[in-house]
Design a protein around this ligand. Structure first.
Ligand code: GLY
Length: 363
């Protein structure tokens, strides 16, 4: 299997562009050493990922372990990471290597963007979720009590190494979580990626390496094209939040870390498609809803709040989900905003929904 390299060009505040390569394929983690060459580095990871993958970096660098999952995305861990950077005498030429899933990438990326007003960060995503979405585009964040990802920065990585062999080591739930973001990418990209996903859905549960690498490459190409035009989410990039207004509320109300992000995104997509159909935006409402439901089932993702409540043993009351959505950073003046789809690739941004439609889909 060959390696695919996709160049991302992200305009930054100075009017220039941050350019970086996303390397996709088995064994690409071995390329980090050459990228870092001659500079001091620190690896930020968790104990589980460290055992599985840190040796593949072959770096002579301190390895800093932080908590696993969303538990890492708070001020206490951010402070510990920044203090460690200082204790290890990192300077402006140093490189932070974020090795792990989306939470590690978000937290390490944020620490890199703050330390000495910004040092380089290399993203080494080891989960499907982080490879198809979170590691590309420069978003970093921690959670606040009031909601998910409410404190963060835009800090593009200097390179991304998405090693396909890491996907074979994920437990089933982590893997399924990535499929929620894959479904999002396919539906946003349009008919070509959506029909390709339908044709190849059966290959996912057996983790076919070629199909996974192709999925990551297709998702990264979509994201690269979007962030090149709208790095700061003033318009088009909002599309990448498809399913996320509902998903962030689900994660928040369940308690961060209880429902995996991508699993919540899968349900968020099912709810958004139903809400879009109820408010009349989709041309063939029932057919589109059924198509999305079939894809969710083929990818073995939860497609309703009822199955999510049962699987994770949480209540997720509609009134609490609505209160959480009012605080979502995508909303304005406490009014939640949604990304809705008329059909694959036909995106409507910044949509408001009648309260009765939201209440009905959350019932
Ligand atoms: N995960 C959505 C974005 O990067 O914009």
């Amino acid at each position: 299997m060959t390696t695919t390299t996709i160049e991302v060009s992200e305009p930054v505040a100075s009017g220039e562009s941050a350019r970086y390569d996303v390397h996709i394929g088995p064994g690409v983690l071995g390329g980090v050493r050459e990228h870092v060459a001659g500079r001091s580095a620190i690896v930020v990871t968790d104990s589980h990922v460290r055992k599985l993958h840190a040796a593949k970096l072959a770096l002579d660098a301190h390895v800093l372990e932080i908590e696993r999952g969303e538990a890492a995305k708070g001020f206490a861990t951010l402070e510990r990471v920044l203090e460690t950077f200082a204790q290890r005498s990192l300077d402006r030429s140093s490189v932070v290597v974020a090795l792990g899933g989306g939470s590690i990438g978000d937290l390490a990326g944020l620490a890199a963007s703050l330390y000495m007003r910004g040092i380089e960060c290399v993203q080494c995503p080891t989960t499907l979720l982080a490879q198809v979405d979170a590691s590309v585009g420069g978003k970093t964040a921690i959670n606040l009590r009031a909601g998910k990802n409410l404190a963060g920065t835009f800090h593009p990585p200097s390179a991304v190494f998405a090693d396909s062999s890491a996907l074979m080591t994920l437990d089933d739930e982590e893997f399924r979580s990535g499929l929620g973001e894959v479904l999002k990418s396919a539906l946003l990209a349009g008919e070509d990626f959506t029909s390709w996903l339908e044709l190849n859905a059966a290959a996912f549960p057996r983790r076919d390496a070629e199909v996974l690498a192709e999925t990551v490459a297709r998702s990264v190409r979509l994201k690269a094209a979007i962030v090149a035009r709208d790095p700061r989410e003033r318009g088009e990039r909002k599309a990448l939040n498809f399913g996320h207004t509902f998903a962030h509320a689900i994660e928040h109300v369940a308690g961060f870390g209880r429902v995996p992000h991508g699993v919540a995104v899968g349900v968020g997509i099912a709810l958004a498609v139903r809400a879009g159909a109820s408010s009349g935006i989709a041309a063939a409402h029932a057919a589109f809803v059924e198509r999305v439901d079939r894809l969710l089932a083929a990818l073995e993702l939860d497609g309703s709040l009822a199955t999510l409540r049962r699987r994770y043993g949480c209540e997720l009351p509609a009134r609490e989900l609505i209160a959480s959505m009012r605080l979502d950073k995508k909303g304005r003046a406490s009014e939640p905003r949604f990304v809705l789809l008329e059909a694959p690739g036909k995106v409507r941004l910044d949509q408001t929904l009648p309260a009765e439609v939201v209440e009905r889909v959350l019932a």
